[in-house]
Design a protein around this ligand. Sequence first.
Ligand SMILES: [Zn+2]
Length: 257
Amino acid sequence: MSGVLRQVSKAVFAVGDRLLPDLPGPRILIYHQVGGGSDLEMEVAPDAFRSHVEWLADNADVVPLERAEGTDSVVLTFDDGYRSLYEEAFPLLQKRRMPFTLFLTTAPVETGEPLREHPGAEPLTWDMVKEMLDSGLMTIGAHTHTHPDFRHLTPAEVEAELDRSDALIEERLGTRPRYFAYTWGYWSPSADPAVRRRYDRAFLGGPPPFPRLSDPHLAYRVPVQLSDGTRWFHSRIRGGLRWEEAVRRRLRGYRGP
Ligand SMILES: [Zn+2]
């Protein structure tokens, strides 16, 4: 989609949010890379991220995931475990003493090999993860071992992914993850029982137009995109750009919650 068209559609989606009931609950924002140079929508530019942090410091209550439930605060989450979290985002977050959560995919950090889907994106090292955890600002969450789409896995394959990821996190960091983020944001019936058994809460991708928030294992987050820049970031916080999410999910063939 061209840049202009994308900006126009965001304006329409932002108006669409206003026609919906308020999005209740905390805004749990999803980031991936900060300045990886890929032009992917899942990435944000370092300057944009800096302006997000500055805006949040003045206008929002940014809290750790553990303290978010039942509030209208903001939570920052970073998925997968890219090196740019440590290099670009962490120094800014540390300066502001702003808490965040890392939903870590363990295979890339264990092997040093980037995720297959993002071959140019360097993963974190365990030392980097440990340093961020020791800062007291970071909560660690699970995000599988190899980042598969659970919709295509059997329950046994799901268990193996979660076993490996949880064991590595415990072995390397000395803590067991209490939170889980579904890869690609896609819920799967083959994974649901195992996820409920293992974790206190589980998170999906973007909120649908009429989200149900009562189930702690089907909690929504709000993805922040490259094309949001600074302007639409505020719309993300306000209403989640829910129609944009609904259209994107539809285009990708996702029909789940
Ligand atoms: Zn992911």
